[in-house]
Design a protein. Structure first.
Ligand SMILES: NC(=O)c1ccc[n+]([C@@H]2O[C@H](COP(=O)([O-])OP(=O)(O)OC[C@H]3O[C@@H](n4cnc5c(N)ncnc54)[C@H](OP(=O)(O)O)[C@@H]3O)[C@@H](O)[C@H]2O)c1
Length: 277
């Protein structure tokens, strides 16, 4: 990782020994395990002895990742799942619990990103519904289905793979993505007081730029410093090993506090940029 990327990103966990001690033999569900951060995470968890459950829509990709984990001596199971489909979520959750009555950790990583102006969104209300489905309603439904078993088993860990944007001022063209990521972030925050006394830890990870299939279409991001999927996966590994409430870049705390008083200024700047483009 370049020095600049390292400075701008949340802290990682490099040592496999610490991760191995935390997850060996434990069942960890990773949503969005077919590509990007989720794929890199599933592979690393498989290498250190976790029993990895992989969920996403692309069945072929999931099977490839599963096979890679198994060929290296690890344990993995694939669960094709579209998080926008409530019936599928209920069915897959039931199937997972039948085979793995205790799921120790759930990493809500699957995500859909859309960057589009209001003008281009006029006939695309479905953009907002899709983002809400994948980034908010689906994860909530999945977590509700898995929660009773976590409670019965005496604990667990819920990890939300989120974005720095949910802690900053609103950004033009990103409403569908940011609103849906913020919704799940708030949902989890509201769940913490009920879950913590039950020994269920919750971690919110706020990522900056990660160079994946998701960020690739945004030309401005291509030459900006960002993490690789493997580096981002090692941030999630740090969350799984240490169970902090929040993992974020050092600069996000001050930026979060400044974003409210500076909002009139950021609105003004953005309106200049948007109207000149
Ligand atoms: N990349 C960044 O710069 C960045 C920054 C901040 C936060 N994040 C967050 O990081 C997470 C992972 O993103 P990524 O960058 O690794 O993107 P990615 O490479 O596009 O991976 C997204 C994953 O989500 C899955 N997914 C998408 N729609 C789904 C659906 N309807 N049902 C089930 N799974 C679905 C995809 O699998 P299928 O297509 O096979 O379903 C894929 O495995 C996301 O939550 C994203 O919001 C990313």
């Amino acid at each position: 990782m370049s020095l600049l990327s390292r400075l701008l990103a949340p802290p990682v966990l490099s040592r496999d020994e610490e991760l191995n001690a935390a997850v060996e033999g434990k069942v960890v569900l990773v949503t969005g395990a077919s590509h990007g951060i989720g794929e890199a995470l599933a592979l690393r968890l498989g290498r250190v002895g976790a029993r990895v459950l992989l969920a996403a829509r692309s069945q072929d990709r999931l099977q490839e990742v599963c096979l890679a984990i198994r060929s290296a001596g690890g344990q993995a199971w694939s669960y094709p799942l579209d998080l926008r489909d409530p019936e599928q979520i209920d069915g897959v959750a039931e199937e997972m619990l039948q085979r793995h009555p205790q799921i120790h950790a759930v990493v809500h990583n699957a995500g859909k990103s859309i960057r589009r102006s209001l003008r281009k969104s006029l006939l695309r209300a479905h953009d907002f519904e899709r983002c809400m489905g994948v980034n908010y309603l689906g994860p909530v439904r999945l977590q509700l289905a898995l929660l009773p078993s976590m409670l019965e088993c005496g604990g667990g860990h819920i990890v939300n793979v989120s974005s720095v944007s949910v802690r900053l001022a609103p950004a033009a063209h990103w409403a569908a993505y940011h609103c849906s990521k913020t919704a799940f972030d708030l949902w989890l925050g509201a769940a913490v007081p009920e879950l913590k006394p039950k020994n269920i830890a919750c971690t919110s990870i706020y990522f900056g730029l990660v160079h994946t299939r998701m960020s690739a279409p945004t030309k401005e991001y291509q030459n900006m410093p960002g993490q690789t999927p493997e580096e981002a996966a090692s941030v999630v590994c740090r969350a799984l090993a240490r169970r902090p409430r929040v993992l974020q870049p050092w600069w996000l705390g001050p930026a979060h506090w400044l974003s409210a008083p500076l909002e009139p200024f950021t609105e003004w700047i953005q309106s200049k940029i948007v109207s000149s483009s």
